[in-house]
Design a protein around this ligand. Sequence first.
Ligand code: 1GP
Length: 252
Amino acid sequence: MSILGSFHTLLSKGPVHITLIDPDKQNPQKAALMAKGAEEGGSDVILVGGTSGVDISKQEETLDTVRDATDLPVVIFPTSADILSINANAVFYMSLLNSRDIRFVVGEAVRSSLKLFDMGIEVIPVGYLVFEPGMLVGKVGDVDLIGRDDLEMGRSYAKAVEFLGMDLCYLEGGSGVDSPIPSSMVSAISSIIDIPLILGGGINTPERAADAVRSGADIIVTGTMVERSNDVASSISEMIASMKEAWKERGP
Ligand code: 1GP
């Protein structure tokens, strides 16, 4: 089954958890341990990529060790066409819609299309939206940040992602941000789109993950929590347990 197909299968039963591994944040051996812990804790997918400092050799080394360490699907989270690799199950084919730089809106997608076609790897179109304060990705991506309370703007962008035919809508609060994108924004967006909603940035406790799921997030991405945890498997399993409880409260 395709990775996108498996997202939909998983989402027919409950929320999905993704573990983000940034190859610039630790050596490949530590990345492998994180991936192993993520699998033990019940995470569904490993996402590999980072906003800055990642070149193809770091990316490949991390992909190699992570794939040796786990049977979980591995998806590339690229900032540029330069860090694409065949050594993964799929690629998030990203458009950062609220960047001022055309390169992040469509340029990198164009630069990578033939490379991906030749690789024959699964490509999953993702509309990526970055919210205040944006953190590093907001700066590097030259983003015209969406205000945390600007529901009209958030809804407009998210609906555009869906109308443009992308498969997933990814709301990014910025890695390491103090507090995640507010629940009011997540629920305003989830109530008007049917494609799966991914939420990342600052989700570092079971309560935060549960709030996000209760508000309508379908897929939760955690990076910093996993980097800092001394026991990745338990941190993730506690988070997933509370996500599942919150999912039940959402009803059908
Ligand atoms: C992925 O940027 C996030 O969307 C990861 O954020 O590092 O805060 O979990 P954290």
